[in-house]
Design a protein around this ligand. Structure first.
Ligand code: HEC
Length: 146
């Protein structure tokens, strides 16, 4: 009997604490699940892959900047400067379909460089990057468009 009442007393405040914090805990759980759901749905694997190539072997970030804003460390020395991928303001229509910056256009520039299309020789083609990775770069560049 004594034991029981002691444990009842001890339980009571704990239980009420739990009840008070439960709504807060639920809200936190809901917010966290929303965040992870969003980032999971926003990043398709090709975009993730493209980002890795962009920052890694592609060395694209050195000129185009980590977010494609045309502000990479080497950009100051470039003329013309790379435009921002975020604005989606592309200049090349490499396949002549009347649409600038289509997936095919971006892939052609990445593969062949800009000089072939009367652009800057500084944008060097990277046919050495496997085609699948070049396509992933296109996906990543498109994902930067705001
Ligand atoms: C040495 C600096 C440099 C590096 C490295 C570089 N770029 Fe560029 N890039 C440029 C410049 C400068 C331009 C603008 C060329 C022009 O306007 O003639 C450009 C243009 C482009 C364009 C054309 C966009 C349009 O307007 O149609 C794409 C796409 C592109 N770069 C992607 C990449 C990718 C992907 C990489 C990495 C594999 C990369 N670049 C690496 C300097 C660079």
């Amino acid at each position: 009997m004594k034991r029981c009442s002691v444990s009842e007393k001890a339980k009571a405040p704990r239980l009420s604490q739990f009840c008070v914090s439960l709504p807060a805990a639920l809200i936190i759980v809901i917010i966290l699940s929303q965040i992870s759901y969003r980032s999971a749905s926003a990043q398709d694997p090709a975009v993730e892959k493209g980002k890795a190539v962009y920052n890694g072997i592609g060395a694209c970030a050195s000129c185009h900047g980590p977010e494609g804003k045309g502000d990479g460390v080497a950009a100051a020395a470039l003329m013309p400067k790379p435009r921002s991928f975020a604005s989606g303001d592309f200049v090349y229509d490499t396949d002549g379909d009347g649409k600038k910056g289509s997936e095919a256009d971006l892939l052609n520039i990445i593969t062949n460089g800009a000089q072939k299309y009367n652009g800057s020789p500084l944008m060097v083609g990277r046919p050495d990057i496997p085609e699948e990775d070049r396509k992933a770069l296109v996906k990543f560049i498109e994902s930067l468009k705001k």
